[in-house]
Design a protein around this ligand. Structure first.
Ligand SMILES: Cc1cc2nc3c(=O)[nH]c(=O)nc-3n(C[C@H](O)[C@H](O)[C@H](O)COP(=O)(O)OP(=O)(O)OC[C@H]3O[C@@H](n4cnc5c(N)ncnc54)[C@H](O)[C@@H]3O)c2cc1C
Length: 473
C-alpha cells in the first residue's frame, strides 16, 4: 500500500538519519529508506570503527613505551581478536542508539533499497519512492512531498586494481581483518591512507605508502604535510611520493607485488597485502535519478546553496554531492536541507568554517585556508606558529611533536586558517572553528586566557606569535 510522507530520505547514514531527526523536531512526517544499516559508512565502515582500531593501536604502542613513563610492563601482547571485538561492541552500541533515536522521533524506517520513480498519481513531479526488499517481500510505495537523497559513497579504486578482499583491500575489508598482516602497501597518502598507515605501524605492521602527489596529505597546509611526512618516517612508515602505481604490474602469490613509476623509472614494492585508499565515489547509480531531471556532474549530484537538486523538491546531502566528504558536513547539510523544506530560512553552509581532522598518531586538524591558498587569493599574509615542544602538558603526555599554525590577514587582522599537528588537536580545533565563526582576531584568541597546563596553550601562543608576541618561544 502507498504511504504518504512530508519527507522521505534515501539512505540512513550520518546525513540521512540526522536530517530525519531534525525533520521530526519540525513536525514533518518522515521516513528513511536504508538498504544496509542505520548509521551508514561513518558508523559501520568509517569514522567510528577506524577510530576504535586507532585507539587500540595507540594504547599498544604507548604500552610498549611505558618504561619511559616509569611504568614497567613486561611482555606487552596484542590480541587482535579482542581489538576487533572492542571495535564491534562500540559500533553495536551506537547502532542501537541510532535505532532508538528513530523510534523516539517517530521516524518510519524501511529496511530495503529505495529508488525514485517517475511522477506519482498525486503529483506531476517525480518523487515516488519504491522500496525493494531482499527477502522478496512485495515492494512498498512511498509518496513524499519532499525527498532527500543521502545515499553516500563507496571506496574507489584505480582502474585495473580490483578489490579482491584477500590481497587487495579497500578500507571496508581492512576494517574486518581477522589478523594483522606483517606488511601492507597503502596506495594513496590522503586522509584515510595516513590514518591506516599510522594505525598499522603502531600495531607493528611494516607499512609502505605510495602517493601520486609530491607530498602526503596534499590538501593540508604545506608545513603540516611536511611535518606529517617526517613523523610518519620517524615511526618507521616508508613514504614514497610522486609514485604512479601501475595496476597492470600487480602480482599475487605468497603476498603481493606492484610497481610504481617514479621519475621515469619503475620501482617494485611487495607486501602481504595492498590497501587502496584513493578516494570515494558517490552512489548515484540504481537510485532512479534517470526518472528525474537531477544533474550529476563529475560523478556527484549537483545542488544549490540549500542542497536542492534541479528538482526543487528533491534535495541531496552528504558524500553523494562530493565536496568535503565528512560525517559532520553530511549531518549539517541534512539539517540545512530540512530547515529549507520547512521554511525555517537556514543560512547556506560556509565550507571554509568546517573543521577537518585526521586521526592518525599524531593527529592533524585544520579550519579555513592554507598559507599558500591565502597568498594565492591575494591576502597580505602573516603567520604565527608555536611548537608543542614548549608546551608543558605535551611534555607531560610524552607527545611533544607538532605545532599550531595560524594564518591571518595583515590588513584586516582576520584569521584565515588554523592548522595543527600534534596530540589531541582534533579535540582542540573547535576553538579555532568558533574563532572563525565569530570572526575573531588573533588578539582575541590570544586573550582568551588558556588554562595552564593545557595543550590549548599552543593555540594562545600561536595567536600571540602572529604579531611576534609569543611568550615561550
Ligand atoms: C575509513 C573511513 C574513515 C572515515 N573517518 C571519518 C572521520 O573520522 N570523520 C568524518 O567526518 N568522516 C569520516 N569518514 C567519512 C564519513 O564516513 C562520510 O563522510 C559519511 O559517512 C557520509 O555520510 P552520508 O550520510 O553522506 O553517507 P553514508 O554514511 O555513506 O550513508 C549512506 C547510506 O545510504 C544507504 N543507501 C545507499 N543507497 C541506497 C538505496 N538505494 N536505498 C536505501 N539506502 C541506500 C547506504 O547503505 C548507507 O547506509 C570516513 C570514511 C571512511 C571510509
Amino acid at each position: 500500500m502507498a504511504q504518504e510522507y512530508d519527507l522521505v530520505i534515501l539512505g540512513g547514514g550520518t546525513g540521512g538519519y540526522v536530517a530525519a531527526i531534525r525533520a521530526s523536531q519540525l513536525g514533518l512526517k518522515t521516513a528513511i529508506v536504508e538498504k544496509g544499516k542505520l548509521g551508514g559508512t561513518c558508523l559501520h565502515r568509517g569514522c567510528i570503527p577506524s577510530k576504535a582500531l586507532l585507539r587500540s593501536a595507540e594504547v599498544y604502542s604507548t604500552a610498549k613505551e611505558a618504561e619511559s613513563f616509569g611504568v614497567m610492563i613486561n611482555d606487552v601482547q596484542l590480541d587482535f581478536t579482542r581489538v576487533q571485538e572492542r571495535k564491534d561492541k562500540i559500533v553495536e552500541g551506537l547502532h542501537k542508539g541510532v535505532q532508538h533515536l528513530m523510534k523516539q522521533g517517530k521516524i518510519d524506517v524501511y529496511e530495503g533499497t529505495g529508488r525514485i520513480l517517475g511522477p506519482s498519481i498525486f503529483s506531476p513531479m517525480p518523487g515516488t519512492i519504491s522500496v525493494e526488499y531482499k527477502n522478496g517481500d512485495e515492494n512498498d510505495m512511498l509518496i513524499p512531498k519532499n525527498v532527500i537523497v543521502a545515499t553516500g559513497s563507496r571506496p574507489r579504486t584505480l582502474p585495473g586494481l580490483d578489490i579482491d578482499g584477500e590481497y587487495v583491500l579497500s578500507s571496508d575489508e581492512a576494517l574486518e581483518l581477522e589478523s594483522l598482516p606483517k606488511s601492507m602497501i597503502i596506495v594513496g597518502g590522503g586522509v584515510i591512507g595516513i590514518e591506516w598507515a599510522s594505525m598499522l605501524s603502531d600495531f607493528g605492521v611494516e607499512v609502505t605508502v605510495l602517493e601520486y602527489a609530491d607530498k602526503i596529505v596534499p590538501t593540508e597546509d604545506h608545513e603540516i604535510s611536511k611535518e606529517m611526512q617526517r613523523l610518519m618516517k620517524k615511526k618507521g612508515v616508508k613514504i614514497v611520493t610522486s609514485a604512479k602505481v601501475l595496476p597492470e604490474t600487480l602480482e599475487k602469490g605468497e603476498g603481493v607485488s606492484i610497481k610504481a613509476e617514479r621519475k621515469d623509472k619503475e620501482e617494485a614494492y611487495s607486501a602481504d597485502k595492498i590497501l587502496v585508499s584513493v578516494g570515494r565515489e558517490a552512489i548515484v547509480k540504481d537510485i532512479g535519478l534517470e526518472n528525474t531531471d537531477i544533474v550529476v556532474e563529475k560523478g556527484f549530484i549537483k545542488v544549490n546553496d540549500f542542497l536542492q537538486t534541479k528538482e526543487s523538491h528533491i534535495y541531496a546531502i552528504g558524500d553523494v554531492i562530493g565536496g568535503l566528504q565528512l560525517a559532520h558536513v553530511a549531518s549539517h547539510e541534512g539539517i540545512v536541507a530540512v530547515e529549507h523544506i520547512a521554511n525555517e530560512k537556514p543560512e547556506p553552509i560556509d565550507y571554509t568554517l568546517v573543521s577537518k581532522c585526521i586521526y592518525s598518531n599524531p593527529e592533524i586538524a585544520s579550519v579555513g585556508i592554507t598559507e599558500q591558498e591565502a597568498k594565492d587569493n591575494g591576502h597580505n599574509v602573516k603567520v604565527g606558529k608555536f611548537s608543542f615542544r614548549a608546551i608543558g602538558k605535551a611534555l607531560v603526555y610524552g607527545e611533544s611533536d607538532g605545532f599550531v599554525k595560524i594564518v591571518a590577514d595583515k590588513d584586516t587582522n582576520d584569521i584565515l586558517g588554523v592548522h595543527m599537528i600534534g596530540p589531541h588537536v582534533t579535540d582542540m580545533i573547535s576553538e579555532a572553528g568558533l574563532a572563525r565563526v565569530l570572526d575573531a582576531t588573533p588578539w582575541e584568541v590570544a586573550h582568551t586566557i588558556h588554562p595552564h597546563p593545557s595543550l590549548s596553550e599552543a593555540i594562545g601562543e600561536a595567536a600571540l606569535a602572529v604579531d611576534g608576541k609569543a611568550i615561550h618561544s
